[in-house]
Design a protein around this ligand. Structure first.
Ligand code: NDP
Length: 255
């Protein structure tokens, strides 16, 4: 076994990625599989393409349809994972949405939708996974998807619900990390800056042009540039990293 495999390898681990049908979740799922994990992908519309990409690389994966906002749907998925894979070691709690609207224009339903998927959805998935890990004495790693928007207010687009949901994810992460430390379960969050995915690529050009001078790297990040961060947090090499928020944003929040 190489030194790198020894540090970061995920052989014999089962990893769940929510929202892995496209975007960041898809890229990270393929990377986790390349690091040796068996992958389970959850989304509302399926993730056959991600499963095919993993199988093409010689990895093992299957997808389950589930809605992270529905407790019963997530519980059914967890039961299926236990039945098919026998364990769950890593969760990349990634499913999320963003609505760009000023507070005076956005409806309460839009606020609720974003909070429901991004914050409550991650809570429902983390809770179900934590319960499973505790019951089966698994010292797992849960990585919650936050965003630099949990620490700064983006301009010029208004997105109060998104920013609040991601700030909530960062502090929920710290809370669960402390609550479950005694079981050896680690909970950390990842806070990317602007990353080129279906969520952000369809963004109007004027908006992207406004972002560029604010990003010290003067470019958007690629989903591939998040893979190493997630593999690090998933691996036993990060065994002393708990409750942290890993920022990968080209330097945005420093300015
Ligand atoms: P995409 O829109 O490309 O992908 C989002 C994924 O989430 C899809 O697979 C979608 O599948 C799934 N999803 C959405 N709602 C639910 C739900 N209720 N239940 C299950 N799955 C759901 O987004 P990105 O890849 O860009 O973003 C992924 C995460 O990264 C999000 O949490 C986002 O906030 C965060 N992020 C993104 C950044 C960016 O610049 N792109 C920057 C910082 C953070 P389906 O619709 O089939 O359910």
């Amino acid at each position: 076994m190489s030194y790198i495999d020894e540090l970061f390898g995920l052989k014999n681990k089962v990893a769940l990625v929510t929202g892995g049908g496209r975007g960041i979740g898809q890229t990270v799922a393929v990377a986790l599989a390349k690091a040796g994990a068996e992958l389970v992908i959850i989304s509302r519309s399926g993730a056959d393409e991600t499963v095919k990409l993993i199988e093409k690389e010689g990895g093992k994966a299957y997808s389950l349809i589930a809605d992270v906002t529905k407790e019963a749907s997530v519980d059914t998925a967890m039961a299926e994972i236990l039945k098919r894979s026998g364990r769950l070691d890593v969760v990349f709690n990634n499913a999320g949405v963003c609505i760009h609207k000023g507070t005076l224009e956005a409806s309460i339903e839009e606020w609720r939708e974003v909070i429901d998927i991004n914050l409550t959805g991650e809570y429902i998935v983390a809770r179900a996974a934590g319960r499973l890990m505790i019951e089966h004495k698994i010292k797992g790693s849960i990585i919650n998807m936050a965003s630099m928007s949990g620490s700064i207010v983006n301009i010029p687009q208004w997105q109060a619900s998104y920013n609040a949901s991601k700030a909530g994810v960062i502090h929920m992460t710290r809370s669960l990390a402390i609550e479950w430390a005694e079981y050896g379960i680690r909970v950390n969050s990842l806070s990317p800056g602007y990353i080129g995915t279906p969520m952000s690529v369809d963004t109007p050009k004027e908006l992207k042009d406004a972002w560029m001078p604010l990003i010290p790297a003067h470019r958007m990040g690629k989903p591939e540039e998040l893979a190493g961060a997630v593999i690090y947090l998933a691996s036993e090499h990060s065994g002393y990293t708990n409750g942290s928020d890993l920022i990968v944003d080209g330097g945005y929040v420093c300015v």
